[in-house]
Design a protein. Structure first.
Length: 76
């Protein structure tokens, strides 16, 4: 009985392995593609102070910083 189990395990280990692809979200892909920088001003992004904008036609996502997301006027 033990030899049958050992043979079975050996056969399973010898089978060719398929490549396993890890899934990731569109937002994570956009962040990595932009290198962690804002698409408009090229500043470093902070994960909690950024905005993701999705283009409905193409499905692409752009990440912008909080300064570009909420434009403010210049002070005198």
């Amino acid at each position: 009985m033990a030899s049958e189990v050992d043979n079975y395990i050996k056969v399973i280990r010898d089978l060719p392995k398929k490549d396993i692809k890890m899934g990731s979200s569109k937002r994570k892909d956009a962040w990595d593609h932009q290198g962690g920088r804002c698409i408009t001003c090229k500043k470093d992004l902070k994960i909690y102070y950024s905005k993701y904008i999705e283009d409905k036609k193409t499905g692409s996502i752009k990440v912008i910083c909080s300064d570009c997301a909420i434009p403010t006027g210049k002070r005198n």
